[in-house]
Design a protein around this ligand. Structure first.
Ligand code: PPE
Length: 307
């Protein structure tokens, strides 16, 4: 169960958690045309609170809406402020933030007509997405029987609600089979991404991730690429196959919720030594130092706020 907070930001106002409700004829509820974000605020080691890469997340929200032909009735600055207001109203020094843009009720039928574009921002405490153990020991992954979206079927660069039907299908299938996460291939058969994370593989100290063709442009992915290059690693964006993943030295998933989660097994093949490898561990350590405000070189990625 989501741990309830006090307020939800809804169409420009902070309303009590239990009153942030919609009509059952909400257009997005029927047809899936909505967009969302997932953002984390961290309680820094020195006592500050900071939202991680807030502007980039809200810009991606605007971009996602633009891709779907929806116009958000708020500016980037207003959206950034709205997230901070939500955290402050809930006295949250850390947490997960979920902005959602959706088409409200009005007309029915696929064409949304002039139905209102609505925006809600909720926040709640959320620990390690795939479990505390996952961050330390790594997870067991299975290739899904469902392909990731074809670029002309759904808009893969938009964090669109409807895209997640594909994610839910993949995730429920592999969880039922006893695995932690689903790896999805694109419609050509190359590795794409997981149900809610991007993927990285490491071989001979070279770090590889999929190009942005069919995957969400992850902000964690971008952070890791920047950080890894700064640490002196070669980082390449290149298509790769599942058998290349099977023989990688190390592999991990990246995402706001999942942070950096090592992969210890794929399709019953052990990856590397079957535990978080040294490069993954270093990236994890440095990533957590950044989000917790311990690396001043990356302070520009932290949007501080006070309660
Ligand atoms: N791919 C997908 C499909 C995806 O959903 C996410 C985030 C990513 C890649 C990584 O993006 P970024 O967070 O910008 O690094 N998934 C969000 C939702 C997870 C959920 O279960 O809900 C998240 O991590 O917040």
């Amino acid at each position: 169960m989501v741990q309830k907070a006090e307020k939800i930001w809804f169409d420009g106002k902070l309303v009590p958690w239990d009153e942030a409700n919609v009509h059952v004829l909400t257009h997005t509820l029927h047809y899936g045309c909505g967009v969302f974000e997932g953002i984390r605020a961290y309680h820094c080691t020195d006592g500050r609170s900071a939202v991680y890469r807030l502007r980039e997340h809200m810009q991606r929200l605007i971009d996602s809406a633009h891709i779907l032909g929806m116009k958000i009735p708020f500016s980037l600055d207003e959206l950034v402020q709205a997230v901070v207001d939500t955290l402050v109203a809930n006295k949250m020094k850390a947490g997960y933030i979920r902005p959602l843009v959706f088409i409200g009720d009005g007309v029915m039928g696929v064409h949304p007509g002039a139905n209102p574009i609505r925006l809600a921002i909720a926040a709640w405490p959320w620990g390690a997405y795939l479990g505390d153990d996952a961050l330390l020991k790594g997870i067991r992954v299975k290739t899904s029987s469902f392909c990731r979206l074809h670029v002309n079927t759904m808009m893969t660069k938009a964090k669109a609600c409807g895209n997640y039907v594909n994610s839910v299908l993949a995730k429920t299938e592999v969880v039922a089979d006893g695995y932690d996460e689903a790896l999805m291939l694109d419609t050509q058969g190359f590795v794409s991404e997981a149900s809610g994370e991007n993927i990285f593989v490491i071989k001979n100290e070279v770090i590889k991730t999929t190009p942005l063709t069919s995957v969400l442009p992850g902000i964690t992915r971008d952070s890791i690429m920047t950080l890894a290059r700064e640490l002196g690693y070669e980082v390449v964006e290149q298509l790769f196959t599942r058998d290349e993943l099977y023989v990688a030295d190390e592999a991990f998933f990246s995402g706001t919720a999942a942070e950096i989660t090592p992969i210890r097994e794929v399709d019953r093949r052990t990856i590397g030594a079957g535990q978080a490898g040294p490069v993954t561990q270093l990236l994890q350590k440095e990533y957590f130092r950044i989000v917790k405000g311990e690396n001043p070189d990356y302070d520009a990625w932290l949007h501080e706020y006070s309660i």
